[in-house]
Write a protein that binds this ligand. Structure first.
Ligand SMILES: [Zn+2]
Length: 381
């Protein structure tokens, strides 16, 4: 009897495995992730000649993109998702922060998530990540850094880890970032491993509270832990950019009181134009600007409530009117399982919408890249 049961279980495992293998080769490694990052039809105005010309002259910098999580070849123009190296180049992006997504809970929502489930694990298996990444979050981050270095070797992009390298404007510059310091597995030694791998921007938390910081979407949404305070101090000393996107309000407040230099919020919306859960309040915007930092406006639905170029510019205008044009930038969240109005190759639409909203050429240069460049230049060593 037992033998029969074992044999049936074995048969089921084999059938599931063979079916998964067949599905994987038939559907492709990007099947699930492509379904998550969509361009939804939005009314887009025709680009003006003036907008086109100005956009070509800009140094465009984007503070947040999750392309590294996609399984597709980033050096090829793809029909799916929001971006790849050719589409970033077509959008005239000069510097792109590429963020590594490490662990995301099932049933993801903006209000309340624990860390008991792990959606990245099946994705890692599906995309054939090495086995060492399956149950070790630091290894996932190191693997994503390796992935980027392979792209950087193709001459299409160069990895920036120092302030000096920011001056080089061709080819496309890339800064490695991490979305949530659960990637440290609570061990400071892993911080050094990530630094050595090239990570120069670190978000404290993602969708759940971790051993560094509470998350805006976590269970307790608490402040920094003692370990977190220590890591934030190290980041400041080492010239690693502190990213407060997704952090809990109390952690944001604490970091801003602690640090002496600027910080970033790499991708967000603002409550003033879209009152959703983790969008920044006026008070938070004011404190970030007071520290000289920069706020990257995201392009997705819950950040904006209106994903048209004019909707994006409305949020930019709001920050600019509240604290000044020097503190606002782009933080698209392309390929971050988001729904956006247009892909990376069409970024000139933002320049055009900024012109329509009567921003001057000087102000547009700041928003589209120079503000972020200023802050990165102040922080990186
Ligand atoms: Zn995010």
């Amino acid at each position: 009897m037992l033998k029969k049961i074992l044999l049936s279980v074995l048969m089921i495992v084999v059938v599931v495995f063979v079916t998964a293998l067949a599905a994987n080769s038939f559907l492709g490694r990007d099947y699930f992730i492509n379904g998550a990052s969509k361009v939804v039809p939005t009314s887009l105005l025709e680009l003006s000649e003036e907008g086109k010309r100005l956009h070509k002259r800009l140094w465009v910098v984007d503070l947040h993109n999750d392309l590294l999580l996609a399984g597709r070849d980033a050096t090829e123009w793809a029909a799916a998702g929001h971006s790849d190296i050719p589409r970033l180049q077509a959008g005239n992006v000069g510097l792109q922060v590429l963020s590594a997504v490490i662990k995301v809970p099932f049933g993801l929502n903006s209000r309340h998530n624990d860390d008991n489930s792990d959606m990245v694990l099946p994705l890692a298996i599906w995309q054939h990540w090495p086995v060492r990444t399956w149950f070790d979050l630091t290894e996932r981050a190191l693997y994503q850094a390796d992935k980027l270095k392979k792209i950087a070797n193709s001459d299409a992009v160069h990895l920036i880890t120092t302030k000096k390298q920011l001056e080089k404007r061709k080819p496309l510059g890339v800064i490695l970032a991490i979305e949530g310091l659960h990637a440290l597995e609570g061990d400071e030694k892993n911080y050094q491993r990530l630094y050595d791998a090239g990570y120069r921007m670190m978000g404290l938390a993602h969708f759940f509270d971790n051993k560094v910081s509470g998350s805006a979407h976590g269970v307790n949404k608490g402040p920094l832990t003692d370990f977190g305070r220590h890591i934030v101090k190290r980041m400041e000393d080492d010239g690693v950019v502190i990213d407060l996107a997704h952090a809990s309000p109390s952690a944001i407040k604490e970091v801003l009181a602690m640090v002496s230099g600027p910080v970033v919020v790499s991708h967000t919306g603002v409550k003033g134009t879209c009152p959703s859960m983790r969008n920044l309040s006026d008070e938070q915007i004011t404190s970030i600007a007071a520290g000289g930092g920069v706020i990257g406006i995201g392009f997705w639905t819950t950040a904006l409530c209106d994903i048209t170029p004019d909707g994006i510019v409305k949020a930019i205008r709001y920050v600019s009117d509240l604290v000044g044009v020097e503190y606002v930038a782009l933080g698209t969240d392309y390929d971050g399982a988001t729904k956006v109005g247009f892909s990376a190759d069409k970024l000139a639409l933002i320049t055009d919408a900024l012109l329509r909203a009567n921003f001057s050429e000087h102000e547009i240069r700041l928003i589209m890249g120079e503000n972020t460049q200023r802050v990165l230049g102040q922080i990186l060593h």
